[in-house]
Design a protein around this ligand. Structure first.
Ligand code: AHR
Length: 526
């Protein structure tokens, strides 16, 4: 089958497809390059919500304390207790939203513990994460201040597992109402006159597990009850996120959609990438791994794609008008903690492998931008696949940070339909498509293409056919390294960082590019 006729067939049904080049390479003989991308620049319909590029901050390990909050009296430069270096870095990646206070912590968090004079706030035990004492110095006001400093929208996760309906109702009133009511006056007394704008509110977290070990039938009813009392005060309209499934648990999705779909705006999904696939045994090291574990992690972008397709199939059966969005509010790599660190703190390094996982997954989210409206990588600082690591006063950004920065071009841009035919990346008897891609057009008319070469051993020649647009200029940046384990350390914080990319050339119909092994590339076409 010729590529042209294949295009018509594909465009009638799907906007994007990754398929095995072998099948049609035989028929198109030597003229077909091994890797071919078609971008339909005149066919974009869907906006890539910038909220796909969201982050997650939990009271876990050194994410909040030290990572974000150092207190007003700290020698580390801060604004009202929040680290200035971290705020400056987060502004570079234009964090669109930030989820807080958990995670598992959310279902044991009582928000009233975290307001008022700090020295009078009660201390609690963080039972999920290391059993450490939480002094509640970082609470609602501090979180909202952080969001304002970095320009992110807050995503608050309420306590369903151990909190009351009244407590949740009052929290929303405290944050969003302008009335002359006891809750609102309490907020004023604590120094905030005007209500905050709060769009995103999640009713519990992992309520099938740490959030209460509920069955989906039970949680669906609990969700309906709690959600009833989340009100829209003073012109604020809440986008309601129900706790969704873990990984491939489509039964959870099915029951939630059957019983509560009309009460929610978004249903969540959590998926983590573990090299060994084992939660109980060795997960695998973040920095000391071989190609087997490289492959096992980078293939998770494709697994994410499969999961999204599966859950959407179930959601769409109950909601054919596709009103309820999919919200992937926890995703990322999960390794064994760095040697010598607290196992309950989930502190891990981040290498080029994580950069490829991030790029592949973000390309997948872009491709599903019609239904995936929000996602949150876990977690923002010092926990799991962090974009920032700190060591007391020192700070570094990880390869994953650079990917988020390179992909900012897609925020709220129009997704351009693409077709990618590429050679497989084969390891032992397993194979995945060797490349990952997505493209968008921004409001200034520029086209951005993000590409990942998952193969750590070979460069990939890519030919791109750009239909429906004339471009005169191509430029790009690349993130790569000599070693797949390359990462930034406090002594070498710039070992992995993007450089300019000169291996892309305009052609009569589009462009060609040579993607280095294990690389992430962003191209701009004008
Ligand atoms: O991100 C770490 C934990 O992973 C979260 O607290 C929980 O929701 C998930 O299991």
């Amino acid at each position: 089958m010729k590529l042209e006729s294949l295009n018509h067939l594909l465009l009638a049904t799907v906007s994007t497809l990754v398929f095995d080049v072998g099948a049609f390479a035989q028929e198109t003989a030597t003229t077909t390059p091994a890797n071919r991308l078609v971008i339909h620049a005149d066919q974009g319909k869907t906006t890539i919500s910038k909220h796909i590029y969201g982050h997650f901050s939990e009271h876990l390990g050194r994410c909040i304390y030290e990572g974000i909050w150092v207190g007003e009296d700290s020698p580390i430069p801060n604004t009202r207790g929040i680290r200035n270096d971290v705020v400056a870095a987060l502004k570079q990646i234009k964090v669109p939203n930030l989820r807080w206070p958990g995670g598992c912590f959310a279902d044991e968090y009582h928000w009233k513990d975290g307001i008022g004079p700090r020295e009078q706030r009660p201390k609690i035990i963080n039972t999920h994460w290391g059993g450490v004492v939480e002094n509640n110095h970082f609470g609602t006001h501090e979180f909202m201040d952080l969001c304002e400093q970095i320009g992110a929208e807050p995503v608050i996760c309420g306590n369903v597992g151990s909190g009351t309906v009244q407590e949740m109702m009052e929290w929303v009133e405290y944050m969003t109402s302008d009335a002359d009511s006891p809750m609102v006056n309490l907020r004023r007394q604590n120094g905030r006159d005007k209500p905050w704008k709060l769009r995103y509110f999640a009713v519990g977290n992992e309520n099938w597990g740490c959030g209460g070990n509920m069955r989906p039938e039970y949680y669906a009813d609990v969700y309906r009850r709690y959600n009833t009392f989340i009100k829209n005060y003073s012109g604020n309209r809440v986008y309601r996120i129900a706790c969704g499934a873990s990984d491939g648990d489509t039964h959870w999705t099915d029951v939630l959609m059957a019983n509560a779909a009309r009460h929610m705006n978004g249903l969540s999904l959590h998926h983590y990438s573990l090299p060994t696939g084992s939660w109980s045994g060795r997960k695998g090291s973040a920095t000391k791994f071989d190609e087997k574990e490289w492959f096992a992690v980078v293939k998770h972008a494709q697994i994410m794609d499969d999961l999204i397709v599966k859950h959407l199939e179930v959601m769409d059966r109950h909601d054919p008008r596709k009103r309820v969005d999919l919200v992937v509010d926890e995703w990322g790599a999960w390794y064994d903690v760095e040697p010598g660190t607290n196992p309950g703190f989930l502190y891990q390094q981040s290498t080029m492998r994580d950069a490829l996982l991030a790029a592949g997954t973000l390309n997948v989210f872009n491709q599903h931008a019609d239904r995936v409206k929000m996602a949150n990588i876990a977690q923002i600082i010092n926990v799991l696949q962090a974009v920032i690591l700190t060591d007391k006063e020192r700070m570094l950004v990880t390869p994953t940070f650079h990917v988020f920065e390179m992909f900012t071009a897609h925020h709220d841009a129009t997704l351009l339909p693409t077709e990618l035919a590429c050679a497989d990346y084969t390891f032992e008897s397993n194979k995945i498509p060797g490349l990952s891609a997505s493209a968008s057009r921004d409001q200034a008319g520029r086209i951005h293409v993000t590409l990942g070469n998952l193969n750590p051993n070979s460069a990939a020649e890519l030919t791109c056919e750009l239909s429906g647009a004339k471009v005169q200029k191509i430029s790009g940046r690349v993130l790569t390294a000599d070693d797949m384990r390359a990462h930034n350390t406090f002594d070498q914080p710039d070992r992995v960082k993007p450089g300019s990319f000169t291996d892309a050339k305009l052609t009569a119909g589009g462009f060609t590019a040579k993607l280095p092994a294990k690389s992430v590339v962003v191209l701009e076409l004008e």
